[in-house]
Design a protein around this ligand. Structure first.
Ligand SMILES: [Zn+2]
Ligand SMILES: [Zn+2]
Length: 433
């Protein structure tokens, strides 16, 4: 049985974890002739007419090549062209793409997160092939089975079918702003804390876990640490390495059947900021930029947790110190006003009664030696990850984000309430850290 990797595209298998895993993406290709490869794929696998979704920037950075390659092989290309200003993926924009592509046989998206999310959303609704041409190594969504859209004022992560095929030209990705690629470095490295959160949730709470998704990361991490300092100079080889790591990271989530391998406490911190930004019109940053700051924080928490000794866990004191329900409810009401009820549902599903918390802390104390042995497999020191993100041109402290720093401070305390997924933010709060 070989490790999962690019040869796993288009395959499915029954796993010893009891689940059946599949990776329905048919092709992932990165190279200078990516536009031609996309057209070759479309010639073999897709119908006559496509909707090409892009914006003015991404059309210049690859869109024209893709358009020409598709036209040359006789495809009829229609266009959904957005302007050059940064915009958010919303459900209504997604529905526009659904309408525009309803008469098409397939969708081609040329862009990064926003454009690709709109295309994946529409392709999923219409059940037609979606080919992505990634123009920035900024996040791991090209190969993922989720789409992030603002729905009724709130950013949501919706499940969708993954793209049919993904193509990238590192020369084009190298023209994206450095901060975007640095966001990609951070989004990839966030798996150090998110994978640890997932494994801990399994060991401490019996959450489903499979070891195989991490096979996609094999050997990639060292390459990213080496490539990070070459990002600011626009080195296409280094940026190609970042893109490849992100494409593999997305595949790991598809195989896992959830975002768990690549989305833990650090992503909750970022989602908290995104939700605040949506609701109160605050400036938010690139996904990976926020995630990077969160990752450094979460890795620091793991370092503190795994440095504890069982004798230091004073269960009586910790139980007495837990925040009471009324205070949490006030946080949720203050933060989320019109959508507080939805957030409350997430927290109600996760919160522990005082007795449950006591039993959980006892279990943690008893399992601490095992956790110290098993959890470090995915961890990197916070300082190593921080250096890589900084070397690649990204921030590692809240002051470096576009969001007001006090919102990040709120996120540290309150992000754990927004989602029913056990993360290091919960464990640290339970342990009074
Ligand atoms: Zn499995
Ligand atoms: Zn991410």
């Amino acid at each position: 049985m070989s490790n999962l990797g690019w040869h796993s595209l288009g395959t499915s298998f029954d796993c010893k974890c009891g689940h059946s895993h599949s990776l329905p993406i048919k092709e992932v290709y990165q190279g200078a002739d990516a536009a031609q490869r996309l057209a070759d794929f479309a010639k073999e696998q897709c119908g006559k007419t496509c909707l090409l979704v892009s914006d003015e920037n991404t059309h210049a950075a690859g869109g024209e090549d893709v358009d020409r390659a598709l036209t040359d092989i006789g495809k009829e290309v229609r266009h959904q062209l957005y302007g050059s200003a940064i915009f958010e993926a919303t459900e209504s924009l997604g529905d526009d793409v659904v309408v525009s592509s309803a008469v098409c046989d397939f969708i081609v998206a040329v862009g990064a997160g926003t454009i690709c999310d709109l295309a994946k959303y529409a392709g999923d609704k219409l059940d037609i092939p979606v080919l992505l041409y990634g123009t920035a190594a900024s996040m791991n969504g090209y190969t993922s089975a989720i789409t992030a859209l603002k729905v009724r004022g709130l950013k949501r992560t919706l499940p969708c079918k993954p793209a049919t095929a993904v193509f990238c030209n590192p020369e084009h990705a190298a023209t994206a702003p450095t901060r975007m690629t640095a966001a990609g470095v951070a989004d990839f490295l966030s798996k150090c804390s998110s994978s640890t959160d997932w494994r801990a949730a399994h060991l401490l709470q019996g959450v489903y876990f499979c070891d195989r998704p991490r096979e996609f990361f094999e050997g990639t991490q060292d390459l990213i640490l080496e490539s990070a300092p070459k990002v600011p100079s626009g080195d296409p080889v280094a940026i190609g390495n970042v893109m490849e790591a992100l494409l593999l990271s997305g595949c790991s989530m598809v195989i896992a059947g959830s975002s768990s391998p690549a989305s833990g406490g650090e992503h909750l911190l970022s989602h908290y900021l995104d939700m605040k930004s949506s609701l109160y019109d605050l400036p938010n940053d690139f996904h990976g930029t926020q995630v990077g700051v969160g990752t450094v924080h979460c890795l620091g928490l793991w370092e503190k947790i795994l440095a504890l000794e069982p004798g230091e866990i004073d269960i009586d004191t910790l139980s007495d110190r837990q925040i009471d329900d009324a205070k949490v409810q006030k946080y949720i009401d203050d933060d989320w006003g019109p959508v507080a009820q939805e957030v409350q549902v997430q927290w109600d599903a996760k919160k522990m009664s005082p007795e449950e918390l006591r039993r959980f802390l006892e279990k943690f104390r008893d399992m601490l030696p095992l956790l110290k042995r098993e959890l470090p497999v995915d961890l990197l020191p916070a300082s190593v990850v921080a250096k890589a993100i900084q070397d690649s041109g990204g921030p590692v402290t809240p002051e470096g984000l576009t969001m007001p720093a006090e919102e990040y401070e709120n996120a540290l305390k309150r992000a754990r309430y927004i989602r029913n997924r056990f993360t290091v933010l919960d464990l640290a709060a339970d342990l009074g850290l």
